[in-house]
Design a protein around this ligand. Structure first.
Ligand code: MRU
Length: 421
């Protein structure tokens, strides 16, 4: 199954808080349940948040059934406000909510409550279907950055669990693996909530992709020692100038990659690009509870009682540290501003990137009526002398290679097509 599904008005999700110990599905039957699932990271990752928000609004339009078109719209709008407040950084959430609401509002009230609610359900399903297509398109486009036997470092979890398809960065990794490139993945554990250790390692194991886990603090050192040939991450919000907000810890990876001349590639759908935010400094960064830092997953305390903690869930990587941003509509390089604008722009770009695939497939309609009630885009800065000295050295596979990995003996140089900064 997918990580999130619309089932006859209920939203069924894989509960990501209990993985990898248990694979459990949870039915979210109302707006509060959807908001709780978002806040607690049962559902997480930018694209999945967009889908959850969209479905949450559609659900409010459908449950309980009403024959009053105005009531349906008002309920959906109220749900949209509650859901949008659940997490602030991933722009996909507000984007998905806005799209479904706009769809509902665009249908004349005279069409009736059922038509309006159905339109909103259809839009939520379209968002999911489009994201599935976007994941596959991004994976293909990102392949140019993967060399045979590459040692690929990734952060947080960006796989099927948090998208409508195969994932963003992890989808690209999966595609490179399936293309037979013999890659090895280094996954950061991703403190404090361990999305890398719990979720990425789980997905990689399911897919049979050779991998090893590192603590977050070790990753920049591995990059500096030339043991990583490519860093690939997702994004929660991309500012108009290409600055990228992503899981906290991303920035230090980008700094390390830049200092060592290792390509740093962001894979994210255009739904993660926020043209209304000029640069990363204006992206709201979620502050989460101190207990996430002072304990392991809220269960095992690791700091003296009363210890204060600072817990930003995300950080911002300036565009100048990024080699490329891969979206479903193409590969953007510096200057990112114009490249991203073109991608978000007119139908010509859209058509070019979609190629012959045409419109995304949308799942068959889920019927409503009969259902149960219920940083600037300038060129990257020149490398410092220290950075030039710190050119990638030979990969030392023993350090990062898990038992199942073979043949990681290669020079950690930038992959095919990767721009040297
Ligand atoms: O706090 P999370 O787990 O929702 O953060 C998720 C991330 O930072 C991901 O890297 C990002 O959303 C991309 S997901 C395809």
């Amino acid at each position: 199954m997918r990580s999130i599904e619309w089932r006859d008005g209920d939203i069924v999700v894989i509960d990501q808080t209990v993985l990898p110990g248990r694979l459990e599905y949870r039915s979210l039957v109302n707006t509060e349940a959807v908001a709780e699932a978002i806040r607690t990271l049962r559902v997480r990752g930018a694209p999945a948040l967009g889908i959850a928000g969209a479905m949450g609004v559609a659900q409010a339009a459908v449950h309980p059934p009403s024959s009053n078109a105005k009531t349906v719209l008002e309920r959906a709008e109220q749900a949209g406000r509650l859901l949008a407040a659940a997490r602030p950084t991933a722009v996909n959430l507000a984007w998905g909510i806005r799209r479904v609401l706009a769809k509902g509002r665009a249908i004349p009230l005279t069409a009736g409550a059922i038509r309006i609610a159905q339109g909103m359900v259809d839009e939520a399903l379209a968002i999911q279907a489009e994201d599935e297509e976007a994941c596959s398109a991004m994976a293909k486009l990102a392949l140019e950055f993967f060399e045979p036997k590459a040692v690929v470092l990734t952060h947080c979890n960006t796989g099927f669990l948090c998208t409508g398809g195969i994932g963003t960065a992890l989808g690209a990794i999966r595609h490179a693996h399936e293309a037979g490139l013999g890659i090895v993945v280094v996954a950061t554990e991703t403190r404090p909530l361990l999305q890398g250790a719990r979720l990425t390692a789980w997905e990689l194991a399911q897919l049979g992709i050779p991998h090893a886990l590192v603590v977050d603090g070790a990753a920049p050192g591995l990059i500096a020692r030339g043991e990583v040939s490519l860093v690939v991450v997702g994004a929660d919000r991309i500012a108009a100038n290409g600055d990228v907000a992503n899981k906290v810890g991303t920035y230090s990876l980008a700094l390390a990659a830049s200092a060592s001349g290792v390509p740093f590639v962001v894979v994210a759908p255009t739904s993660t690009v926020d043209p209304a935010v000029a640069d990363g400094g204006k992206i709201p960064v979620e502050e989460r509870a101190a207990s996430e830092v002072t304990s392991i997953l809220g269960t095992h305390s690791i700091a003296p009682a009363g210890t204060q903690a600072i817990n930003p869930a995300f950080d911002v990587t300036p565009a100048s540290l990024i080699t490329a941003i891969v979206t479903e509509r193409g590969v953007a390089r510096a200057p990112f501003g114009p490249a991203l604008r073109a991608m978000l722009g007119g139908p010509a770009v859209r058509a070019a990137s979609r190629g012959a695939r045409g419109k995304p497939k949308v799942k068959p309609r889920a019927k409503v009526a009969e259902k149960k009630p219920a940083r600037s885009a300038k060129a990257a800065p020149k490398k410092t002398a220290a950075a030039k000295r710190a050119r990638p050295k030979r990969v030392q596979p023993k350090r990062v290679q898990p038992k199942r990995a073979h043949g990681a003996k290669r020079t950690a140089r930038p992959a095919r097509g990767a721009r040297r900064r």
